[in-house]
Design a protein around this ligand. Sequence first.
Ligand SMILES: [Zn+2]
Length: 329
Amino acid sequence: MSVSSSSAEQQKRSLYDQTLFHTYLDRQIRIPDWNQDVISQQTCLVLGLGGLGSTVSIDLLRLGVKKMICVDYDHVETHNLNRQLLYNKSHVGQSKAHTAKIILEEQNICGTEIECHELDVIKHWDRIVEYARQCTVVFNMIDVGDYWDYAVQSLCLRLGLTFVSGGTFQTTVTVDYVHAKSRGACWSCMSDIKSDHLDRLSVDRIEQLKDLEFIPREEHPIGASTCYLAAMCAHLMVNRFVYGLQLSSSSLSSSTSNSTDQTNNEQQEQEQEQEQQELIDSLPNRIMFYLNTLEIDKWTLEKSSHCPLCCSLSVSTTTTSTASTANEQ
Ligand SMILES: [Zn+2]
């Protein structure tokens, strides 16, 4: 069952008063090199409206993205309320997707189009594919295990989308991030996942699958997390997305030159593109933040020549180097 913004609400965005828009976002557009235009063009797939998804969806709204497509199958439970900031005691027993739609609309300062779907993602993978085709980024916050993460990364590579995944455990935050244009490691390069099922989740086949009922379910211990741990992980996920977006749009916005020499312009553009690509490739793929000690570990990993996802991509974007860890702490 789906809840979509009405056409009247969609129209509201196009008629949105620009002065008002800039009043709401005044403090963020003052940040040097901030590119609001590129943020305002983003359509984001938010998979999961729990501890991470609550804060990620609120962040994206208040940043002023164009559209959010949110998915969750669960109902609000009492033990969610310590950290899932979209819900309160009156929501216990209600659908997270339906509740989130109401709460998010109350916070919708920029006229973002909001869709919230109550959906079993394993049974209805084809719907996830359909939503992802409309998006520029996927925030993966559904805890179904490594095979699920592998499938989502495979879909992102297939469609050229940025992949952001997060997790919390006790006092540690983990964020995995793969920019759409990165020539570095994908999520699969960073994992040691091995199974006969991976063939069916390949980049070539992932769009055609109707469901993911065949993937093994993994038993997880009951989560241990606080509101600040979940919120910090979510904020870090959104920060990685926004920073990567600003990097990949920076040279494009400054590529207009007054020079009349076309050759010089082309050369300049090529140099800028190369510089931009190197910046994107240098972004950390995995970040671990240990809250109690305030230590951060981050790794920028190269593609693995053994990665079943990367290996299936075009030769031009595949390097022959093996995965290596470069701790940049
Ligand atoms: Zn890979």
